[in-house]
Design a protein around this ligand. Structure first.
Ligand SMILES: Nc1ncnc2c1ncn2[C@@H]1O[C@H](COP(=O)(O)OP(=O)(O)OP(=O)(O)O)[C@@H](O)[C@H]1O
Ligand SMILES: [Mg+2]
Length: 329
């Protein structure tokens, strides 16, 4: 059986996203089990490791690339960017096949960026993510940074525009300088602030100016950073923006099978053997990934507070219904 320090090391390597180490420890446990006469367990463990490795090989992190420590932006940049190293991985996300393939495509091109550039091409770097709230746009940006071992810089455009009325274009210049000098994933969240009526109500001239400078900066940007715009108001966006991005990814409310994976993912640590998953996934209709996650969390906490070890279909159904009612308000 695994020793206490092996279990601790497994958890530590998982938390650090160090897959190689995680599998190495699991194989150590298998070898030890085999030596102690637990051959069946050892074989099962090895098979599990092999399967997990095969599954994650498409998204495996490039060897030898270690995150570079980044200092929090200082001086003028401090109010413009926030930064951290996300631990999110693609395997944490329930995506439909189309979206997963596109995200993996970007990751593959990024990992092989050197080879692509040697042949005179550029890897995909500029992405526009559009879709309703809570469908995984921000999470995708985190997962991309997590997979590539890059820092995630977030630029809240809404804040940028209201805070620096009149000097937003100059501030944007600073952000694009940072994109050039520090490789990372740069997420322009609430991207609609640049093209929306909401913004237009405030100051049409200012929004236009900012939009124009953004387009110019984006066009000129030839850095090795990833630039991601995320918005849920696609209709409000200036069409000119679309052309500047290498890919546009559309997010939608989850289909039943994706919703099911979201629920199982969030409730992975709970005993769900009594749950009727068919019923539960039907009840997720009209809910976003984010709302489904919240409903699952509520259901799990309900069971915990009532000292029950098992979570029931009723727990899940009632919190999903409650979420739907919140939506109707
Ligand atoms: N594909 C997914 N798989 C699993 N969980 C997801 C997925 N998408 C979203 N979630 C859950 O929903 C939460 C909200 O998602 P996220 O913040 O990425 O939404 P968003 O599309 O950026 O929404 P908004 O437009 O409001 O910014 C996440 O923190 C995560 O818990
Ligand atoms: Mg978001």
């Amino acid at each position: 059986m695994a020793k206490a320090d092996q279990i601790k090391a497994l958890i530590r390597s998982h938390a650090e996203g160090d897959n190689d180490r995680f599998y190495a420890i699991a194989l150590q446990v298998a070898a030890q089990a085999a030596r102690n006469g637990h051959g069946k367990f050892a074989n099962e463990l090895r098979e599990l490791v092999d399967k997990a490795k095969a599954k994650s090989s498409a998204v495996v992190q490039q060897k030898g690339i270690k995150p570079i420590p980044v200092a929090q932006p200082r001086g003028e940049l401090a109010g413009l960017l926030s930064v951290f190293y996300p631990k999110t991985r693609l395997t944490d996300m329930a995506l439909d096949e189309g979206l997963r393939a596109r995200v993996e495509r970007v990751l593959r091109e990024q990992r092989q960026a050197g080879r692509i550039r040697e042949h005179g091409f550029s890897p995909i770097r500029k992405m526009l993510l559009i879709g309703p709230p809570g469908t995984g746009k921000t999470m995708t940006a985190s997962a991309m940074a997590g997979e590539l071992g890059l820092p995630l810089f977030t630029i809240q455009l809404d804040g940028l525009i209201t805070k620096y009325m009149g000097e937003t274009a100059a501030k944007l210049r600073l952000v694009f300088d940072a994109i050039e000098s520090t490789r990372g994933v740069y997420l322009f969240d609430e991207f609609d602030a640049l093209g929306s009526e909401r913004g237009a109500k405030n100051d049409v001239g200012e929004i236009r100016r900012v939009l124009n400078s953004f387009l110019v900066f984006l066009e000129q940007d030839e850095s090795s950073s990833l630039v991601i715009g995320a918005t849920n108001h696609v209709n409000l966006l200036d069409r000119a923006l679309f052309r500047r991005f290498d890919v546009v990814m559309e997010y939608a409310l989850p289909a039943k099978d994706v919703a099911l994976r979201v629920m199982k993912g969030r409730l992975g640590l709970m005993d769900t053997s009594d749950v009727d998953w068919g019923l539960a996934s039907k009840a997720t209709e009209l809910l976003s990934h984010g709302e489904i996650v919240r409903a699952c969390e509520q259901a799990a906490k309900q069971a915990i507070l009532e000292h029950r070890t098992k979570i029931s279909s009723e727990d899940i159904l009632s919190s999903l219904v409650e979420r739907r009612q919140i939506n109707k308000r």
